[in-house]
Design a protein around this ligand. Structure first.
Ligand SMILES: NC(=O)c1ccc[n+]([C@@H]2O[C@H](COP(=O)([O-])OP(=O)(O)OC[C@H]3O[C@@H](n4cnc5c(N)ncnc54)[C@H](O)[C@@H]3O)[C@@H](O)[C@H]2O)c1
Length: 365
């Protein structure tokens, strides 16, 4: 190994702790500085990982700690400022999902990465999940013929407004892994049994106080269709079932000759199934799904692969998996549902022309 990367963290909360464990365990990184606005949060993490350089201000940390890389694990409203400030100083960034609270912020973050030369990744870790990587290889080998439809599968347990921001971009990211670049979206959002309207627009925490501060949301149920370049279709729905079903979370890829099903919540060593025919048939025939051996793609924890690929990107100039641009597409797929719904479910072209939050535009109109 040629270099040890000096890593810092902004946001010593729940997800920050997860990143700290990984950064501390990986020999490629030296954990050198931590930042949180609350002294007790930064001290708790600092004590746990014996990190002496502790800050309450990320700008000061960037100026003093000589970082190669920073992880931004604040809640969504707090992503833009520390990301742009790091990229502006040539520090590479691993930022939590969703990229931002609107596309204006997301554009600014992607532009900051382009100017900087430093690398910018969004922690949509399923992008490198072994099941996803193996499924991509099987698609490339022609195992299911030509891809026709990519179906994103949500966990439920939330109203759609919250689910867009909490799980939606993960699901969109998995769809992007097989669909490629999205060209249009058609979406419909209901609030209970009625089409949602401007009076249903609210802050994410107003919709669910247990969820995070991720900007404006609307509605309890939603359905969306997408067209990707090359004629591949996408579909996903957010049904507001009260109970979370993690086993449902993932992506299905339907081809002319077969299907693949990845389940992102399953153990990453066995989370891909193959059906060697295009249509499922009666429920009794579901047993024909065959589990796929993943050992040839490597069974590393996805977050570890994300960090190792980010280093590879820094060293080679390649883009990291789930780059800022890809993270923006995943987020834009959620914003487009609102825009299409506002226009009566009409197909809206992507990228969206007006970069303001579609719900902010609607509320203010
Ligand atoms: N990729 C995943 O699987 C996954 C899973 C869970 C959460 N997340 C994402 O992780 C992010 C954080 O979620 P969480 O539940 O850990 O939140 P959290 O509230 O537990 O932690 C956020 C921390 O950031 C700190 N903070 C806020 N503003 C700050 C600032 N300006 N400078 C420094 N620190 C600041 C807070 O004090 C808090 O300690 C969210 O974007 C969430 O969507 C991702």
């Amino acid at each position: 190994m040629s270099k040890t990367y000096r890593a810092g963290l902004v946001g010593c909360g729940g997800m920050g702790s997860h990143h700290l464990r990984v950064l501390n365990d990986l020999p490629e990184f030296e954990l050198v500085a931590l930042c949180d606005i609350f002294p007790n949060a930064v001290d708790k993490s600092g004590d746990e990982y014996s990190v002496e350089a502790r800050y309450l201000d990320f700008n000061q940390m960037y100026d003093e700690a000589n970082l190669d890389l920073v992880t931004v694990a604040t809640q969504t409203r707090g992503h833009h400022a520390p990301v742009v400030a790091a990229l502006g100083r040539g520090i590479s960034v691993m930022c939590e999902k969703p990229i931002a609270i609107d596309l204006i912020e997301a554009d600014d973050m992607v532009a900051a990465a382009e100017r900087s030369g430093a690398k910018f990744a969004i922690h949509q870790q399923n992008h490198v999940n072994p099941g996803i990587r193996k499924a991509q290889a099987m698609v490339a080998e022609g195992a299911i013929g030509d891809v026709i439809l990519v179906r994103g599968r949500n966990k439920a347990g939330r109203k759609s407004g919250n689910e867009f921001m909490e799980m939606g971009t993960h699901v969109a990211d998995m769809m992007l892994c097989f669909g490629g670049t999205p060209e249009w979206c058609s979406g419909t959002v209901y609030s209970e049994d009625q089409p949602a309207g401007p009076t249903d627009i609210m802050e994410a925490k107003e919709m669910s106080p247990r969820d995070r501060d991720s900007g404006l949301v609307m509605g309890t149920r939603a359905i969306a269709h997408y067209g990707f370049q090359g004629g591949i279709w996408g579909e996903t729905h957010f049904i507001n079932y009260a109970k979370t079903m993690s086993e449902n979370y993932g992506v299905d890829v339907l081809g002319t000759e077969g299907q693949l099903a990845v389940r992102a919540s399953a153990n990453v060593t066995d989370n891909l199934w193959h059906l060697p025919r295009p249509m499922e048939g009666a429920p009794v025939q579901f047993a024909d799904w065959q589990q796929v051996d993943l050992s040839d793609v490597g069974l590393e924890e996805p977050v570890v692969t994300m960090y190792r690929r980010l280093i590879h990107a820094i060293e080679t100039g390649a883009q990291p998996p789930s780059s800022g641009e890809e993270g923006r597409w995943a987020f834009e797929m959620m914003m487009a549902i609102y825009q299409s719904h506002r226009e009566g479910g009409r197909r809206v072209e992507l990228p969206l022309v007006d970069r303001r939050h579609p719900l902010e535009q609607w509320r203010d109109a």
